[in-house]
Each structure stands twice: as structure tokens, then as C-alpha cells.
Design a protein around this ligand. Structure first.
Ligand SMILES: Nc1nc2c(ncn2[C@@H]2O[C@H](COP(=O)(O)OP(=O)(O)OP(=O)(O)O)[C@@H](O)[C@H]2O)c(=O)[nH]1
Ligand SMILES: [Mg+2]
Ligand SMILES: [Zn+2]
Length: 364
């Protein structure tokens, strides 16, 4: 790992950096995170040395100097080439974090192994926070709204597709407010948009479907549902500065679809097993067609508009929890995710993690 190396994109500050050589280790001392330099040159056993390196970090030099806090990347970040970045876009409380946590919990349980995809956690320390969220959700505890201090990625995985070289995968989840273009401090936070390889756009039935249950919505909910979606608009306007926006693969999902469980044809899709059987592009086409019809039925112009602006795309109905919280930050009957991996499988197929003819047809 010596000699000239190409610049590497830092997924946190989005600078292109010269890969640093100094290693660091992170430790919890008196309840505080501290970073110590790690010197592995004294090791005589290369296997052990290499193992220790996989647990280490490097400090991003942040050449643009725009990051107040120093930040660190897994030392293996540069080992497998450019990571694929998938970001979640949606207004605040649309269910982004619950969905991402439910997805990752399912995939880390090996639920995509029948599709030849195996996952490994790349940043164990970062993952610790995420793991706490997975545990909370499993215990039926409602997760907190995403704090805008979290600038960094939500999760960093190494994907090991069967018979092919491993490839890093990074998920970004920021607060819904951070997509808002008029929010001056937001430029930095949703910056991952410009580095994303695929996006997942989400909205829930209450706000995303203006024509759904109009009579049972509060006046405030009705007017918010009629108004533009500032998160979608902010994200799209930033993406439009990229010339190839339309080429970016996307999935659009109606979150909290447990609210629509008695609605035809949503009921049909919610009853189907998640990611079962061999990958079939027709299933994605059929679900997309049905969700499109639901969006039209309930005048969901903002979601339809997003969908229309991209050329490789799928649509889904998902439920991260399987039901509503009791309003006191809990899910008393526990959580049961429904169809959460289907959009992820679509995105993984569309970003090249699956290398089959069927996968090449997904979203077309
Ligand atoms: N019924 C139902 N409610 C859900 C589901 N997922 C999330 N919720 C509720 O929706 C609320 C918001 O969910 P979050 O995941 O925090 O939303 P977010 O988009 O991450 O919000 P910000 O971080 O503020 O941008 C929570 O209070 C959950 O109780 C679901 O699948 N079904
Ligand atoms: Mg969130
Ligand atoms: Zn950086």
C-alpha cells in the first residue's frame, strides 16, 4: 500500500483526500471517546498486524478545512475501491430512520443471503450507535428524530457478493430538515446527495397522500399534505446541478404502509414475503405499477414528480414497524417489519451488486 495513490472521496466531508498513513484507534475512557495514534510497525506477525489494521482508523485531512470537528474513516476504507453510497431522502418524520434501521437489522440477519449477498460491518465503532437503535426498535421502543449533529454516514458495510470481489456500501440518513434548500446550514449536511450512487425517496400516507382519508386529518396535516415537499424539492434542486441526475437509480417508497393495510392493492403487496424466491424484474415492475396507481388515486403529486424525473426506478410499499406507536414512544405489540428489504434489493441490483441478467432489468 505504498506509492502514488488516486485521491479518495471522504464520505463525511466529501473532500477528495490523499490517503493518510497514520493509524488511530478509538477508545472509551471515562465515558469519553479518545483517539490515540496506533503504531503497528513493531509487529512481527503480518497476520496479526493486518487484523489490527482492519480495526483501525485514519484521520481525514479535510483539505478544504470546512469541517470543525476532526473526523475519522475506517482504515480499510481505501482497500476495496470506491464505496457505493445510498442516501435516504424524505421530510422530517416520514420514517427514514425507522426504515433504515429495520432494513439493516434484516440484512444483518442474513436475509439477503439467498440472493448471494453477504454483509459485514466496516466501521464497528460507528455501528455501535446503529446497533443500539436496532436493539431499541426490536424491543418496541420508538427511535428519536435524527439529530442534525449527525453529519456522518449512518452505516458502513462491506458487501461480499458471492464469487465476486467485496465492495463497500455506505448508507446516509440525515434529518428531513437538512434537505431544505432555504435552510442555510443545510448545505453541508445533505452534501452526500452529490456523491450518492442511488437514492431512496420516502413519504408516509398522512403527508405524502393528500387525497387519502382527508376527513380524518387535522387541518394542519391537510395543508402540509397539499403543500410542496421541501425535502424532495431541496434534494432535486441540488441534484439538478449534477448533469446526470436522471441516470441515478432510485426507489420510491410509501413508508408506514401498515396504515394502508386494508387498501387494495397495497394489502396484496404487504402480504407477500419480503425478497423471497429468485430475483424477478417483473415483480418490481408490477409493484411499481400498483404503487403508481395508488399515488394517482390519492393525488400524490410530489412523489409522482420525483418518480417521473428519473429513468431507472422502482416503487414500493414498506412498513418498518408493522403498526403505529402508542404515542408514548413505544410499540406495545413489538415491531414487525414488512417488505423493507424489497427496495434495498432493487437498489443493490441497480447499483451493480447483483450481476445477473435479471438484475440488469430491475427498474427498467
Ligand atoms: N405506523 C408506523 N409508524 C412509523 C413507522 N416508521 C416510523 N413510524 C413513526 O414515524 C415517526 C417518525 O419516524 P422517523 O423514522 O424518526 O422519521 P425520520 O424521517 O427519520 O424523521 P427525521 O429524522 O426527523 O427526519 C416515528 O415517531 C415513528 O413512530 C411505520 O412503519 N409505521
Ligand atoms: Mg431520522
Ligand atoms: Zn473528510
Amino acid at each position: 500500500m505504498t506509492g502514488m495513490s488516486a485521491p479518495v472521496l471522504c464520505p463525511i466531508c466529501l473532500d477528495n483526500i490523499e490517503w493518510p498513513n497514520t493509524l488511530y484507534q478509538r477508545e472509551l475512557r471515562d465515558g469519553k471517546l479518545v483517539w490515540d495514534e496506533l503504531d503497528l510497525t513493531g509487529h512481527t506477525n503480518p497476520t496479526k498486524q493486518e487484523y489490527l489494521r482492519t480495526l483501525a482508523f485514519v484521520r481525514c485531512p479535510n483539505p478544504s478545512g470546512d469541517s470543525a470537528e476532526p473526523h475519522y474513516l475506517p482504515a480499510i476504507h481505501n482497500d476495496y475501491g470506491k464505496p457505493i453510497i445510498i442516501g435516504v431522502v424524505g421530510r422530517s418524520t416520514s420514517g427514514k430512520t425507522h426504515l433504515l434501521v429495520a432494513m439493516l437489522a434484516e440484512l444483518l440477519r442474513g436475509r439477503l443471503s439467498s440472493h448471494g449477498l453477504h454483509f459485514e460491518i466496516a466501521d464497528r465503532v460507528q455501528h455501535q450507535t446503529f446497533d443500539d437503535e436496532i436493539r431499541k426498535l426490536r424491543d418496541g421502543v420508538q427511535l428519536q428524530s435524527t439529530n442534525d449533529l449527525i453529519q456522518s454516514f449512518a452505516s458502513y458495510l462491506i458487501v461480499r457478493p458471492k464469487g465476486r470481489p467485496p465492495k463497500p456500501l455506505i448508507f446516509f440518513d440525515v434529518s428531513g430538515e437538512d434537505f431544505n434548500d432555504s435552510n442555510v446550514t443545510s448545505t453541508k449536511q445533505a452534501g452526500f446527495l452529490l456523491a450518492a450512487d442511488a437514492l431512496l425517496f420516502v413519504d408516509d400516507p398522512v403527508f405524502g397522500l393528500p387525497g387519502w382519508r382527508t376527513h380524518s386529518k387535522t387541518a394542519e396535516q391537510r395543508s402540509a399534505a397539499q403543500a410542496e415537499n421541501k425535502a424532495f424539492d431541496g434534494a432535486i434542486s441540488r441534484l439538478l446541478r449534477q448533469t446526470n441526475m436522471a441516470e441515478l437509480p432510485i426507489a420510491v417508497a410509501i413508508t408506514k404502509a401498515d396504515m394502508l393495510r386494508y387498501e387494495f392493492p397495497v394489502d396484496h403487496w404487504l402480504r407477500r414475503d419480503d425478497v423471497s424466491g429468485p430475483l424477478d424484474p417483473r415483480t418490481f415492475r408490477e409493484e411499481s405499477r400498483d404503487v403508481f396507481a395508488v399515488l394517482q388515486r390519492y393525488q400524490a403529486e410530489t412523489m409522482l414528480n420525483v418518480y417521473r424525473q428519473f429513468s431507472r426506478r422502482t416503487m414500493h410499499v414498506v412498513s418498518a414497524t408493522g403498526g403505529a406507536s402508542d404515542g408514548q414512544r413505544n410499540f406495545p405489540r413489538g415491531v414487525r417489519p414488512i417488505r423493507v428489504l424489497q427496495p434495498l434489493l432493487a437498489l443493490l441490483a441497480m447499483t451493480g451488486f447483483l450481476d445477473t441478467r435479471a438484475a440488469a432489468e430491475v427498474g427498467r
